[in-house]
Design a protein around this ligand. Structure first.
Ligand code: ZN
Length: 299
C-alpha cells in the first residue's frame, strides 16, 4: 500500500517539492516550485515548506531526485552530497543532511536514475535508460531492475562524440567542450542560433538546428544500446516538447547502428523503443515519490 510521501526534484535552475496524496500520487495543492539560488537559501526554503505542511499531510519519507554528480555510496562520508558540479556554490553540498531534522527516512538518487526506475516500472521493463534534454543533458540507467550506481553513477552525456557534418560549434561543456552534453544542451542549441536559451521556445519545429541536436542525442542512444542493451530508452526534459525531434533522433540512431544489431525491437519498432516520458513534466516529482515509497517498503 502506498503511503503519503514527500518528493524533491532538485534541479540546477529550479526545484519542485511536493507531498503526495494517500495513493502516492501528485496533488497540485501540495506542491511548490522555487528557483534554485544558493544552497543555504534553496534547501532552507524547501525544508520550511515541508515542515509547514506536515501537520496537514503527514509524510513518512522523503525522496530526493537530485542533479549531479552526487555521492550515492552509503559507506562514503559524502553520501547524500552533490559533489563536483560546475554549478557555482554547489560543490560538496550535503543535500540529504539538510532534511535530517524532519526525522523521516530520506531516499536519494540522481534526477535521471530515479525517472529511469519509474518509467521502467510503468512499462513493466526490467531495464531502461532515461535521457533528459534541457539546461543539461543526462542519462540514468536501470539494469535488471536496479539503478546503476557502481563507483558513482553513469555520466553518459559526457561521452565524446562525432560532429554533425558542417557543425562548427565549439561546444559548451566546461570540462570537455564538445562532449554530447556540450553539443546538445539548451545553451548549445541557442548558441548556434545566436539567441538566449530562454528564447528557444520561439524557434520553429522545422528549424535545422533540431536535427543537429538530435544527431548528438542519437549518439548517446547508440552508446547506451551498445553498452547496456537496455529494453527501452525514454527521453524527457524541457527540450523534448516539439514535433519532429523524436523522428530525427530515431532516424539518426538507425543510421548510426547501420543494421549491425539485428534486433526487431529496434530495427522494426523504434517508435516504441525510443519514446517520450509517460508522465511528462511530472516524471521528476513522481520518481522522487517512488524512491521514497521504496525506502518505506524496505524498512
Ligand atoms: Zn562534458
Amino acid at each position: 500500500m502506498p503511503s503519503i510521501v514527500a518528493g524533491i526534484e532538485m534541479g540546477g535552475t529550479g526545484c519542485k517539492v511536493a507531498i503526495s496524496n494517500e495513493n502516492g500520487q501528485y496533488d497540485n495543492n501540495y506542491s511548490l516550485q522555487i528557483v534554485t539560488t544558493d544552497p543555504e537559501h534553496t534547501l532552507r526554503e524547501i525544508y520550511e515548506w515541508l515542515e509547514s505542511k506536515r501537520s496537514e499531510r503527514p509524510f513518512v519519507a522523503i525522496g530526493i531526485a537530485c542533479f549531479g554528480p552526487v555521492d550515492l555510496d552509503k559507506t562514503s562520508k559524502h553520501y547524500g552530497y552533490i559533489t563536483t558540479t560546475p554549478k557555482p556554490g554547489w560543490q560538496y553540498v550535503n543535500v540529504v543532511g539538510a532534511f535530517r531534522g524532519l526525522n523521516v527516512p530520506v531516499a536519494f538518487e540522481t534526477d535521471v536514475n530515479a525517472p529511469a526506475m519509474t518509467e521502467a516500472a510503468l512499462r513493466g521493463d526490467s531495464s531502461a535508460a532515461y535521457i533528459t534534454i534541457g539546461t543539461g543533458v543526462g542519462v540514468g540507467l536501470v539494469l535488471e531492475g536496479r539503478p546503476v550506481h557502481g563507483l558513482m553513477h553513469p555520466e553518459g552525456a559526457h561521452i565524446k562524440c562525432e560532429r554533425f557534418a558542417g557543425d562548427d560549434y565549439a561546444g559548451d561543456c566546461p570540462y570537455h567542450n564538445s562532449c554530447i552534453e556540450g553539443m546538445s544542451k539548451a545553451k548549445a542549441v541557442a548558441d548556434r542560433l545566436k539567441i538566449s536559451p530562454n528564447l528557444l521556445s520561439k524557434i520553429p519545429d522545422d528549424d535545422p538546428v533540431w536535427n543537429i541536436q538530435a544527431y548528438y542525442i542519437a549518439q548517446l542512444c547508440a552508446s547506451v544500446i551498445y553498452l547496456t542493451s537496455v529494453k527501452r530508452i525514454i527521453i524527457g526534459g524541457g527540450l523534448t516538447k516539439r514535433n519532429g525531434l523524436f523522428e530525427h533522433i530515431r532516424k539518426h540512431v538507425l543510421q548510426i547502428l547501420n543494421s549491425y544489431l539485428d534486433i526487431p525491437a529496434i530495427t522494426n519498432d523504434i517508435d516504441n523503443y525510443i519514446v517520450p516520458s509517460k508522465l511528462g513534466d511530472l516524471i521528476g516529482i513522481q520518481s522522487a515519490f517512488d524512491i521514497a515509497q521504496g525506502i518505506i517498503e524496505k524498512k
